[in-house]
Design a protein around this ligand. Sequence first.
Ligand code: DLL
Length: 437
Amino acid sequence: MIMWDPQYEKMPRGELDDLQLERLQQKVRYVYERVPFYRAKFQEAGVIPPDIRSLDDVTRLPFTGKDDVRNNYPYGLMAVPLSEVVRVHASSGTTGKPIVVPYNANDIDIWSNLMARSLTAAGVESTDVMQNAYGYGLFTGGLGFHYGGERLGVTVIPASIGNTKRQVMLIEDLGTTVLACTPSYIFVLADAAQEMGVDLASTGLRLAVCGAEPWTEGMRAEIEARTGLAAIDFYGLTELIGPGVSCECQYQNGLHIWEDHFLAEIVDPGTGQPLPYGRPGELVLTTLTKEAMPMIRFRTHDLVTLYPEACRCGRTMVRMSKVHGRTDDMLIVRGVNVFPTQIESVLLSVEGVAPHYQIIVDREHHLDDIEVWVEASDAVFSDERRVLEELEDRVRKEMNSVLGISARIKLVEPGTITRTEGKAKRVVDRRELWSSS
Ligand code: DLL
């Protein structure tokens, strides 16, 4: 198995722990000295840098949340002068000011290396041609994959998002072998290709490097069936660095967290108490090497399970499951907790439905009520109404038996659900409308 940084990727656990502790201690001192926000928070929690004597002591440090970043907009958490900053990214969020993340030259260098490492783990080689259909701009996807690709030496096509027919033309004409985009966008591309009479499976494409939104094994199987592409999962978030926090290897056996740069913990999302490996919980991450804006115990709101056993590929770093859901995306339907990814899994297990869906959450008589709109496959939709009704019924029953929720299912015509070029919007929440009316 080819590795970009074998010295780190295969590091024996004990050595890795020592490296993490040394870097954690250094980073805690660094932010204490340089960032008034952290100093005040540490003092409030009654902890000073020398208190961090073991990795477990990380739990003595206070959490940092999205609101802390937002309240210190734009540069309040920065640890270096602005003159040292060479780039800024931001994540938009749904309301208010964006989250702004500055990088110095060393941060960009580390990020490029982590992305080259991730792409290598995914099976990308320097001879590949990678069409990068993540958005270029403030979003970290575009430039993250771009710099990582260049570092690895692949030919990068900076297509960015949109103009789907042109994307198909570029794939055919420029010899694209690797596609970098959100998993949902692959279906938009596949539809456009079909309309143009192009069979993606007969182009040079072999691999998709997908991330930035939750997607299930069912979705992966659909991607592989529809396009013939092996699809590899990439995870990351703006506050931490962007993509390049963790990524699958070719065994698709969990995402390797690059622990020489990020310290991972799992906590109970309700109490914030640490949870052991193997238990699902909220991922909390600390940057160990970032300089312009380090993050201490950042609460990601992403629910994952961590697995400490080494992978067949030889990498020793802890692996995380695919993201089960986000704590803030959890729907409570008549008392049952359910995540959009679970609904996706059930939908994709039923033959005759396409991987395009939207979940509409409403509130009736103080109870959450959900309706799932899902596209029927082309073949099914041309059938009689009775067949469609039977299929709706099958999905409804499956949803009830697997998830214990009763949802209304509405099969809609192929092409009805809005396609997105970036992150898919799976949930339409009408409850807020209701409560403000
Ligand atoms: O989405 C960074 C990224 C770009 C990752 C391209 C992978 C590929 P943000 O816009 O800040 O950053 O969104 C971060 O997206 O907390 C997760 O909830 C979600 N997310 C990112 N990757 C995955 C994934 C980028 N592979 C938020 N699976 C995170 C599930 C993901 N969710």
